[in-house]
Design a protein around this ligand. Sequence first.
Ligand code: MF3
Ligand code: CO
Length: 250
Amino acid sequence: MIEIKTPAEIESMRKASRVVAEVLQELKPLVKPGVTTAELDKFAERRVRELGAVPAFLGYRGYPATLCVSINEEIVHGIPSPKRTVRAGDIVSLDMGAVIEGFYGDAAVTVAAGAVSPQARRLMEVTSRSLDEALAAVRAGARLGDVCHAVEKYAAANGMSVVREFTGHGIGRHLHEEPSIPNFGRPGSGPVLKAGMTLAIEPMLCLGGADVVVKNDGWTAVSADGSLAAHYEHTIAVTEDGCDVLSRAS
Ligand code: MF3
Ligand code: CO
């Protein structure tokens, strides 16, 4: 069952999502050569709490941090470490969730550290635009498959592959709710979207193949062929004529 949220519940989700958006904005300029991923995580945790929220990932299924920091061929769920230093030319995906008033927000961006290769820049652009394409497909009456297909179509048209092992998800009272939202699908398939459904849509694209390997830490997902990956995510509410992006910085 895909839960419909009340306007008041959506406002709580907007509060949580805005904290995520704000902290991601603040993190962007800190993603510079020399910073460790643990430093980024400590900053994120402090700012989430200062803004009156609770980190959503910390302790979730044993995840040990506030932030996921996934560099280059790492796709998602990179665990922050004092031993991992960002280097010039890296692309760094930051993924974070927060809870306020019992409701969740979740968002991700990929950031360039220093000057990155033209291919890396293009991967970031295409992944970010594939999220825009997905958002443009959201409205009451559309089918979930329309949204999933929009990502796949845009990625394929730009010669990039879509990760199939990880998906977006419903969100609200829990970090992960129904439905699961793959970044591929058939138009006209899947559940009909209704106003008040709240979704976390999160394209993960690779420059090479999309096969995934999870490292020995049990979390870090990397592209099997070592090709670069990017990840963008927004938490949204479905509206009658489109979508309300809850994780947009105010
Ligand atoms: N945005 C990711 C997701 O929704 C982050 C989850 S990381 C975890 O699945 F640590 F919380 F698992
Ligand atoms: Co998510």
